[in-house]
Design a protein around this ligand. Sequence first.
Ligand SMILES: Nc1ncnc2c1ncn2[C@@H]1O[C@H](COP(=O)(O)OS(=O)(=O)O)[C@@H](OP(=O)(O)O)[C@H]1O
Ligand SMILES: Nc1ncnc2c1ncn2[C@@H]1O[C@H](COP(=O)(O)OP(=O)(O)O)[C@@H](O)[C@H]1O
Length: 194
Amino acid sequence: MSENIFKQDFQVTQKEREGLHQHPGKLIWFTGLSGSGKSTLANALEKYWHDQGLHTYVLDGDNIRRGVNRDLDFTPEGRAENLRRIAEIGKLFVDAGILTIAAFVSPLIKDRSSIKEIVGADHFVEVYIKASVETCEKRDVKGLYKKARSGEISNFTGISAPYEEPKKADMVIDTERMSLEEGLEKLVNQIGYC
Ligand SMILES: Nc1ncnc2c1ncn2[C@@H]1O[C@H](COP(=O)(O)OS(=O)(=O)O)[C@@H](OP(=O)(O)O)[C@H]1O
Ligand SMILES: Nc1ncnc2c1ncn2[C@@H]1O[C@H](COP(=O)(O)OP(=O)(O)O)[C@@H](O)[C@H]1O
């Protein structure tokens, strides 16, 4: 099948789109436990950049799983396919010259390495949104930890499924030690673009 499919090039290139936007296309990848602060920080970062006139978009776990990836579960295979598709979607957004923030638990090192490979290291920034299981469980924003403890939800990251901490993240935002404002400031200063 794939030997009969050819890459089609178009006149307008990624570089030209980036030139028009006056910033590069990037995939800023947030990984961390449920409740660590990924969505909160993604929202704050997009709002900050958008207000500076930059071209942005957020890909978020819950939203993608309610739509394009609604057929996938939380088994290791389901998560790997979820993340593979998101990496391909992220690659398209980068090609469109957009500063894209992806907020996914993405618990396994091997899956995060594959994402980086698909998107390309030059366009990829890995950010570990760090908070302990204990803190996330205390926050329990959606009541999912309670359900995981009672066995109502299986394969729940941090409780009944693993989370592998990044060993070499480009950036770490520790939401137990930093306020939302401090986390946002660190992201903006270290990633740049404004
Ligand atoms: N079993 C299990 N484990 C982890 N998370 C669960 C699970 N079941 C449902 N949820 C909710 O789904 C959100 C995580 O989806 P992701 O696509 O980010 O997960 S993954 O990257 O494929 O591991 C996650 O969103 P966040 O809380 O925003 O992280 C949860 O709300
Ligand atoms: N420093 C912080 N940075 C981000 N969120 C924080 C911080 N401190 C507390 N929180 C709270 O933690 C919760 C994180 O929830 P959420 O952003 O939905 O996490 P995730 O998307 O990782 O599941 C929110 O209720 C948020 O207000």
